[in-house]
Design a protein around this ligand. Structure first.
Ligand SMILES: *[C@@H]1O[C@H](CO)[C@@H](O)[C@H](O)[C@H]1NC(C)=O
Ligand SMILES: *[C@@H]1O[C@H](CO)[C@@H](O)[C@H](O)[C@H]1NC(C)=O
Length: 140
């Protein structure tokens, strides 16, 4: 009896585990999906300073020259709670924003590849469906 119960437990455990690993959420993104995030310096003549972090990873201070980018890749964790935020700074402004989170709009824009561009105007995210930059964050 005890043995039987345990086998049932194990079956349920694997059933749930497989379900979790393969399930498509409403967002249509699997756990472990690989994502790349880019921060592009779109200024005329300003170095862009960025410092991006998640709970587990500190990507350090980066100075991005004009027309260049900093990028990194990672897998969405099993809980889909992966979140990277970035502190960005130039001579006349700064802004902290979420460069990656499992959220509807962001995931739709990114399609696995989040391209952020900062310039004098604001911080933009590329909509990969039609290659249009959407203004998402103003400078503070
Ligand atoms: C910043 O980038 C956006 C999106 O590409 C563009 O519309 C805007 O003109 C740019 N601003 C400057 C000052 O170049
Ligand atoms: C690009 O697609 C988004 C989402 O469908 C839409 O909101 C935006 O207006 C589109 N931009 C252009 C220039 O078509």
């Amino acid at each position: 009896m005890k043995m039987k119960l345990c086998q049932t437990c194990i079956s349920i455990f694997f059933f749930l585990l497989i379900g979790l690993l393969t399930s498509q959420s409403a967002l249509d993104y699997k756990a472990f999906e690989k994502i790349r995030v880019h921060i592009v310096n779109g200024f005329q003549s300003e170095t862009l300073q960025v410092h991006c972090k998640s709970k587990e990873n500190d990507l350090g201070d980066r100075n991005i020259p004009v027309n260049q980018e900093f990028s990194w890749k990672f897998h969405i964790n099993i809980w889909r709670s992966t979140l990277f935020f970035c502190d960005t700074r130039w001579s006349r402004g700064h802004k902290r924003f979420d460069a990656f989170a499992v959220r509807y709009a962001l995931m739709d824009y990114c399609n696995g590849n989040c391209v952020w561009k900062a310039n004098e105007t604001a911080i933009f995210l590329l909509d990969n469906r039609n290659q249009t930059y959407i203004e998402l964050h103003g400078w503070e």
